[in-house]
Write a protein that binds this ligand. Sequence first.
Ligand SMILES: Nc1nc2c(ncn2[C@@H]2O[C@H](COP(=O)(O)OP(=O)(O)OP(=O)(O)O)[C@@H](O)[C@H]2O)c(=O)[nH]1
Ligand SMILES: [Mg+2]
Ligand SMILES: [Zn+2]
Length: 330
Amino acid sequence: MTEAGVASAHDSAARTRRGVVLSGTGGSWRVRLVDDASVVDATLRGRLKRDPSSDATRREDRLKLAVGDEVIVEPDARGDRWAICDILPRRSRLARRAPGGAYGERIVAANVDQVVVVFAAARPEPHPRMLDRFLVIAEANALAAHIIVNKIDLVTERDAQDRFAPYVRAGYPVHFTSTKRGDGLAAVRAMLDGRVSVLTGPSGVGKSSLLNALFPGLGLRVGEISESVNKGRHTTVGATMIPLPNEAAGFVVDTPGLREVGMWALSAEHLDAYFPELRPFVPQCRFTDCTHTVEPGCAVKDAVARGDVSGERFASYLKLRDELEETDFQ
Ligand SMILES: Nc1nc2c(ncn2[C@@H]2O[C@H](COP(=O)(O)OP(=O)(O)OP(=O)(O)O)[C@@H](O)[C@H]2O)c(=O)[nH]1
Ligand SMILES: [Mg+2]
Ligand SMILES: [Zn+2]
């Protein structure tokens, strides 16, 4: 070992730094250092890849470093490369089923605070069924969800509000915005500030336009088909975290492949828990395992018939239930 090497090994503890994983593929990870916001490439220390002392579930957790993980990095002996030497406990995560297996899950992003689903009031037409999918994924991961309805300059205020009324009634915060006119931008900015948000929604609804309007420093491309949806890449491609510039302290996570509900570790049996407006009625059904499809004495169906629950949302529940029954492993 050279003298310099000995010296850096000695003071390496003092030189460890804290960071957040922005992206990576398993071999090399991009880590943003907390103290000066610089971004370095780092590898994962071998001992962190295995943890034989913990049980299978925990090991799965520890094994997989994910975007959003808070880590400790240290320079290697030569001082010109970085290694991730510790992964701090996660406060939340967005997890999906491991590809091809009944068992295990893959962490898409760690330490996520909220899922923000963007739709357009028009062009493209909003597709409630797809919105419901995104919301169910957020609920199944125990993450708060916000809805942004962009392009409200293309419709009347009344139209936009009627269209999304079931979501307001279900308790979701709904933000109406126009990047063209500037409507609603301040509230969205405040909602993103200081938090880690997974931003999702169909192509062309104005996600990049919104972020550019909110944070001009980002300079995202607008009006092009996003890479995540269209390069023929697989849905297993990882997420990327974008630090919000200027004084904002948050991150926005771009995750491709959020749409297929079957890919998420959720079961048909628990689906009713992921529709907040159904939850109060479920305990009132005659059968405790009521599926709210054919059973008599179903309080959920009664609520739909009375108009207390949106028929559209209930239709989504039934549709997703069918799909999940097909993909369920047990
Ligand atoms: N009328 C109107 N058009 C908008 C608004 N916001 C964005 N657009 C337009 O909608 C188109 C798509 O915007 P993008 O920001 O690229 O959409 P995106 O959601 O990022 O799309 P992907 O990256 O493909 O997922 C562009 O032509 C924008 O100029 C808005 O508030 N009103
Ligand atoms: Mg975009
Ligand atoms: Zn029922």
